[in-house]
Design a protein around this ligand. Structure first.
Ligand code: 147
Length: 658
């Protein structure tokens, strides 16, 4: 049609600071956690791991992120796995667990100015002080959180900039005020509070009604705001953030979502920070929300990874701004384009640098996972840029360009174009569909590039791990805890050296809607059908579990782990008993009975699954060799325990069934 051909509409937009400026810009970031979203990244080969970290954090290279938000592990499932708490029990304290410490150190190494933001999803059970409520004794929870912040500082030299309350779960005003007071008392007045990592209405009306809550909260963080804030949210006078957003499959449409919300979260909702869930999609397919990250790295065994569209669409803003710059005012450098799309402009504190970002994402090419996007139109258009005020004398602006490709067309990602010449402050650009332009005085932009990573490979077999070369307190590589916490500890037994222990002894205060009472760590390849898996396991003596299991064809992780389907072979050493079940919850038992070869020591437990036949052994003696016709067709292998409680694992092994 006539409308589709060429630019047809020309509108002039003023960029003018003479009547003042808009809000302070707080940055674009990524979220590691909520949960276990960086799980597979940590054991990438060093070279590829560093490349990935550069694409995420290195200034003027890739996404050049300005905020890193991380989960404060709570021993509870928080979407794609559990992250370990620094205090499994009230008497326990450890700042070596998991990978968030490591990730923050790596981010800071690359960009010392990156802002750090921490937030819990779940809490160890003891934090509830006899209840399931983390606000039962506010001082206990505040102390638990501040210990983590203090651990970051004293063990790693990491300064937290922001702390949140409880991800997408109820907040509590008394707790928020207590946290503020205790942070101040313990020398952390620099750590500012973001509340409440949920939706706008409740926290906004509570802040408007309660001046002491208002003074405890510095930033209002809303999740998946759909680029909208509310009049009341603006009335608080607080900085407003999309403190979690995106969560969209990171193909072209995902890139469109990200580019659109990065601009419109300010142009429409006046939000000054946007944080992607997640930072990097480094969790097994098909755990929930596969590839909903800025980039993808799911093959530590091959080193293969993908630099996806959101990396380059982030760069359009991050490489040409700094936290602390200011947006221009709406109508004088920020707004919606006549032909659809949006523009924002930002200026440095000394007014020497100036950046405009324009996006023209069409509706169907920029859908996010949530909320639903009301219909709107975008057409090709001409944008006349009229610089005024402090910018009137700018003679040229550097130009960076992206266009998302659809219907067989290649995407163009973050390409430097000829500078835009301005005459009397006036220049002109013709905008197509699904494009992003940056016009900027900043000259340091750069498209970082490493050689292509090694080719993709499937999970290698045979696979074995004795955990002896690990750093204490880290998680087993390639085994992704879904319930409970699995960490490398010293064995009291010299022949076993380092082992993996399930360390959670009581139900955590869950983030998932269901209680997940059966610890499990899964790994391998979700498409495996015929497979052999073996592990040595020892139930503890104090705070112990009764049983341990190995499993194959395990289909479910995340908040669905409770009802995970597969073949689960449980052994109960003290009872000299076994159970085989189609589910982790043991509601669909296939068989059970006595085992004479079990001992109250290390037991080697194995499971072989071929077609519909399942065979199990304990210490080399057959326990069953039967048909399980209703079993799942494929899935991961897993190890775990029958309840919360201590159990040890060693010499984990997977081979093909043939
Ligand atoms: C968010 C969580 O905060 C993240 O940990 C992760 O699970 C993410 C995945 O998209 O989702 O939780 C939400 C869950 C549901 C909605 C919004 C956020 N929802 O239905 O609006």
């Amino acid at each position: 049609s006539a409308l589709a051909v060429g630019p047809w509409r020309a509108t002039t937009y003023d960029f003018d600071d003479s009547s003042g400026l808009g809000r302070q810009y707080d940055g674009i970031g990524g979220l590691s956690g909520g949960g276990a979203t960086s799980k597979l990244l940590v054991n990438y080969p060093e070279k590829e791991r560093n490349e990935i970290l550069d694409y995420l954090f290195k200034p003027n290279f890739g996404a050049s992120l300005q905020i890193l938000k991380v989960e404060i592990g709570g021993d509870a499932q928080s979407t794609d796995g559990t992250e370990a708490s620094h205090m499994h029990n009230s008497w326990d304290e450890n700042y070596q667990r998991g990978y968030e410490w490591w990730l923050m150190v790596e981010a800071k190494k690359r960009n010392p100015n990156i802002k750090l933001y921490c937030l819990p999803w779940g809490f160890p059970g003891w934090v509830g002080q006899g209840s399931r409520n983390p606000y039962q004794v506010p001082e206990v929870t505040a102390d638990y959180i501040i210990r983590w912040i203090n651990g970051a500082k004293t063990v790693y030299g990491l300064t937290m900039d922001f702390v949140g309350i409880w991800n997408e779960r109820p907040y509590n005003s008394t707790y928020i005020k207590t946290l503020r007071k205790m942070l101040d008392e313990r020398g952390f007045s620099n750590v500012r509070i973001v509340a409440a990592d949920g939706k706008w209405p409740n926290i906004v009306s509570d802040i408007l009604a309660d001046p002491s809550l208002a003074s405890a909260v510095d930033y209002i963080g809303c999740h998946y705001p759909g680029t909208l804030s509310t009049d009341d949210a603006l009335k608080t006078g607080k900085q407003l953030w999309a403190s979690e957003d995106y969560s969209t499959y990171n193909d072209e449409v995902g890139g469109g979502c990200w580019a659109r919300i990065l601009n419109k979260n300010y142009a429409v909702g006046r939000m000054t920070a946007t944080i992607s869930w997640n930072l990097i999609a480094s969790y097994y397919n098909p755990l929930p929300f596969f590839r909903d990250g800025l980039m993808t790295a799911v093959e530590p065994w091959s080193g293969n990874y993908n630099v996806d569209t959101p990396i380059w669409l982030s760069a359009h803003t991050t490489q040409f701004t700094q936290v602390g710059w200011k947006y221009l005012e709406h109508g004088a450098g920020v707004g919606l384009l006549e032909g659809g799309g949006s523009y924002v402009a930002l200026v440095s504190p000394d007014k020497k640098d100036f950046t405009i970002i324009v996006e023209t994402m069409s509706h169907n090419h920029s859908l996010c996972i949530r909320p639903p996007l009301p219909a709107y139109d975008v057409v090709p258009q001409t944008m006349n840029i009229q610089l005024k005020g402090s910018f009137a004398n700018i003679k040229e602006l550097n130009v960076w360009y992206s266009k998302l490709g659809f219907d067989g067309q290649q995407s163009i990602m973050f390409q430097k174009k000829d500078a835009l010449q301005l005459k009397n402050g006036m220049g002109s650009a013709s905008l197509g569909m699904d494009e992003v332009y940056t016009f900027t005085t900043v000259t340091t932009g750069d498209k970082g590039q490493y050689d292509a990573p090694p080719p993709s490979k499937s999970f290698p077999l045979p696979y074995s791990d004795n955990f002896d070369n690990y750093t204490l307190s880290t998680e087993p590589y390639n085994l992704a805890p879904q319930v409970g916490s699995f960490e490398v500890v010293n064995s009291s037994d010299a022949t076993h050296k380092l082992i993996v222990r399930q360390t959670v002894i009581n139900d955590p205060i869950e983030w998932c809607p269901l209680s997940l009472v059966f610890p499990m760590a899964l790994g391998g390849n979700g498409s495996w059908s015929d497979i052999y898996v073996e592990v040595e396991a020892l139930v503890g003596k104090v705070n112990a579990t009764d049983g341990v299991f190995v499993a194959a064809r395990v289909q479910n992780g995340g908040c669905q782990s409770y009802s995970a389907k597969g073949i689960f072979f449980f052994v109960f050493p003290a009872q000299q008993y076994y159970i085989i079940s189609y589910d982790l919850a043991r509601t669909q038992q296939i068989s059970s009975g006595a085992v004479s070869s079990e001992v109250m020591d290390w037991n080697k437990i194995s499971l072989l699954v071929t077609g519909t036949t399942i065979q199990g052994q304990v210490n080399g003696k057959s326990v069953f060799n039967i048909q399980a016709p209703k079993m799942t067709k494929n899935g991961f292998v897993a190890i775990g325990t029958d309840t919360y409680g201590l159990a040890d694992f060693d010499n984990f092994m997977i081979t093909t069934a043939s």
